[in-house]
Design a protein around this ligand. Structure first.
Ligand code: TUI
Length: 330
């Protein structure tokens, strides 16, 4: 028993990719699983956290009762830290913010808006707060408001995206703030993680790679579409509505874009059209009416694996990339 324990501990210390984020969040590997609406629930989050990463439940447009149940579920499935992603456009966001304090969740990430009014409350409750930022301006704002760290997410990612790409965004955010920076957007394997660490990030967040995890409770069609996708198979919709969303090209995105590019389509009709489409994709796998949010890295993802195997593969690949260096440099 003792030798098994010490082996495990020595493995922890041996990992080349242990970064200051591991100590900050009390996790083994600096890998976060992004909160994905209708995709990342307690089961996936617990599987990722149990594998040594940080699993994150998406609270999307849910109400406080659903969220409380999901938090109780994740606490029953893991004793490791986990996170909750707050989508700031959620109409129930004020009540959700309170439930997170009552439930003393270890980590909160935020997306799709400015979390300024909540940060101090959450930090005062002992919660680590990590906003997703699409620019240096919002990163600085988050730091001033007391955020623990930021996730600099490039527009290569799936779902609601900002304008900047990951490669220029991450080093500029690293220079703009003194709090730890986590890179996201377009990262799907160990090469991407190694590159993010080179840019100055102390951790990474991956969404699309975890979409195809065995523990992810979505329709199999969704996973199959990711596995089959090529590099150019995602597209941005909703730019004219002020919230661009990246998803796999399907007959839904084609007809959405057709309507969006037609000046006679009222904005409300478009909003109505998009509403519910993500749930349909995730639960029914229907490509006529569903919106399959996914990142540009979909084309790289070729295998369904358990969350544990995804994490272990990523760690191994990252170590190989970092150790190998660039063979052609003399
Ligand atoms: O939030 C995400 N990804 C999402 S949220 C989502 S649900 C949704 N569905 C339909 C339409 C809109 C949303 C699906 N995917 N990623 C994090 C993220 N945050 N990306 C970009 C941002 C962001 C954008 C603007 C963060 C802050 C921000 O601030 C603007 C401001 O208020 O200053």
């Amino acid at each position: 028993m003792l030798s098994a324990l010490s082996k495990k501990q020595s493995h922890r210390c041996d990992s080349m990719i242990k970064t200051p984020l591991c100590d900050l969040l009390n996790i083994e590997f600096p890998i976060l699983q992004g909160g994905m609406a209708w995709v990342s629930d307690a089961q996936l989050a617990a599987a990722v956290s149990n594998a040594g990463g940080l699993g994150i439940i998406s609270s999307m447009n849910a109400d406080e009762n659903w969220l409380r149940q999901e938090i109780h579920k994740v606490k029953s499935l893991t004793d490791k830290p986990f996170g909750i992603n707050v989508m700031l456009m959620n109409p129930h966001v004020d009540k959700i913010a309170q439930v997170l304090i009552e439930e003393k969740v270890p980590v909160i990430t935020t997306g799709a808006g400015n979390p300024g009014k909540f940060i101090k409350l959450w930090i005062a409750a002992g919660i680590k707060v990590i906003p997703v930022v699409p620019s240096t301006g919002l990163a600085r704002f988050a730091e001033r408001a007391g955020a623990t760290a930021v996730i600099a997410e490039g527009g290569e990612s799936g779902g609601h995206v900002g304008d900047m790409a990951t490669l220029p965004l991450v080093p500029q955010v690293c220079d703009a703030v003194s709090i730890p920076v986590i890179a996201a957007g377009g990262i799907g394997d160990g090469r991407g993680i190694a590159a993010a660490l080179m840019l100055g990030a102390v951790g990474v967040q991956l969404g699309t790679r975890f979409l195809v995890a065995d523990e992810t409770n979505i329709h199999e069609n969704y996973k199959d579409k990711i596995i089959k996708a090529k590099d150019i198979d995602t597209v941005l919709t909703g730019k004219s509505l002020g919230h661009p969303v990246r998803a796999l090209k399907t007959s839904f995105t084609r007809s959405f874009l057709k309507a969006e590019n037609d000046p006679s389509t009222p904005k409300e009709t478009l909003e109505e059209y998009g509403r519910g489409a993500l749930r349909i994709a995730a639960q029914e796998g229907d490509s006529q009416n569903g919106c399959f949010m996914a990142g540009q890295i979909s084309g790289l993802i070729k295998e369904k694996q358990s969350a544990k195997n995804i994490i272990l593969t990523l760690v191994k690949e990252t170590e190989t990339a970092l150790k190998g260096g660039l063979q052609w440099v003399k």
